[in-house]
Design a protein around this ligand. Sequence first.
Ligand code: IMJ
Length: 255
Amino acid sequence: MSDLLNGKTALILGVANRWSLAFAIAQAFRRENAELVLTYQGERQRQTVEELSAELGATILPCDVTVDAEIGGLMEELRRAGRRLDAVVHSIAFANREDLNRPFSETSRAGFLMAHEVSAYSLVAVARAAAPLMTAGGSILTLSYLGAIRVIPNYNVMGVAKAALEASVRYLASDLGPSNIRVNAISAGPVKTTSARGIRDFSSILDEVARRAPLRRNTEPAEVADTAVFLASDLARGVTGNVLYVDAGFQIMGM
Ligand code: IMJ
């Protein structure tokens, strides 16, 4: 380890703060000598991402993934800088808080669309815009969760959006494979990030996973990040369209 991503440029979307899985991935990519471009959404996040990027020697650019012109502007900026892209990490999700705290059957049309737009469609939009910059092939990676394939309390509309995200990974992998662009997801075990803050019973979910998982513990951000390094590297050159579970094995258990 230390040169797995040497000579590669990675675009990472979804660093909100120091606890973000996307930041753990950025740190691991940096360790492997990738050049990094991080995006931030809106002025509120600008300063935080600026500080974190300084630690990594990363470039930062704005991108709200619900705005096609911002995705286009981001890629245009990279093109202007003469940057090829080798890897894209998509680590973005959002649902209205009410939809994570009420029965799934009460999800509104607007809430359903919001969760799917931000959490699933954004991968499609980013992949389409990034592909022309991946002139030497590439690796696109997104983050998913077990709630895509099982019912997890309170995950609700996010689970349905993650199911759409995982299916999008397969269709994108099929479309972009002929250009030697691979598309995969990591399904991470629960991690106490800002995305988990205020989720009811989150601590008991962590305890239950640690009790039942084959490795008898929870998932660390650095483990997710090292799998992301693998997927972005040439070691994973034969891997596309997959969902890799980085969850201490929890997903395999039936009882
Ligand atoms: C989120 C909700 C319910 C259960 C959950 C989670 N479990 C885990 C998460 C068990 C691990 C975190 N997760 C995997 C997510 O994808 C979170 C997405 C999310 C979180 C919030 C909280 C704040 C908000 N909207 C959100 N939208 C998406 O307002």
